[in-house]
Design a protein around this ligand. Structure first.
Ligand SMILES: [Zn+2]
Length: 179
């Protein structure tokens, strides 16, 4: 799994793991075209045996454990995203996961959801009423304030020191509206 963000730090990942009761099996930092950086990570938790990362076997994290973990990260940065084919921000995340992960705790989880089709692109767990949804529309990643500011600086050829993020982002919006 990958998450792109301007503000999330490794400390946030460790706090999210604590909250979800999972172990981070892998966490590395990479470049990102849309945000300041991308994190690549894998979790283990109280799910089935048979997850694999490299040569190591571990117990997978359950859907709810992943959900609590990501819910914490999206609470830290509503503009974080996991790529165009996944969660493109906090709103999208909570929409796709049926608002389950605003406050769920590990002891409230349903360890193995039994997904049944409720209507096209919507599944419901017959045990706990959890919902997951898919979008049929192509998704667009919304630039964060920082991403807009960086794009403006690049286009205008100004250094990062001379202009505040919010001012640069505003200038970027005006340029896009004018074009
Ligand atoms: Zn369930």
């Amino acid at each position: 799994m990958r998450m792109h963000s301007d503000i999330i730090t490794e400390t946030d990942f460790h706090n999210a793991a604590k909250r979800a009761g999972v172990t981070i099996e892998h966490l590395s930092v990479h470049g990102s075209r849309t945000r300041a950086r991308a994190f690549k990570f894998y979790l283990s938790g109280s799910g089935r045996n048979g997850g694999q990362w490299g040569a190591q076997d571990y117990q997978t994290a359950t859907w709810d454990e992943w959900g609590i973990f990501l819910g914490h990260l999206f609470a830290r940065d509503a503009f974080a995203h996991c790529g165009r084919n996944s969660y493109i921000g906090a709103d999208d995340y909570h929409w796709q996961t049926g608002d389950r992960f605003h406050s769920l705790t590990p002891d409230e989880q349903c360890k193995r959801h039994k997904w049944e089709s409720l209507m096209p692109y919507v599944h419901e767990c017959s045990k706990c009423n959890a919902i997951r949804r898919w979008s049929v529309q192509p998704k667009v990643i919304v630039p964060s304030v920082q991403a807009k500011a960086n794009a403006y600086r690049k286009l205008a050829g100004v250094g990062s020191e001379g202009i505040r993020d919010d001012a640069a982002a505003w200038a970027y919006e005006q340029m896009n509206l004018a074009s």
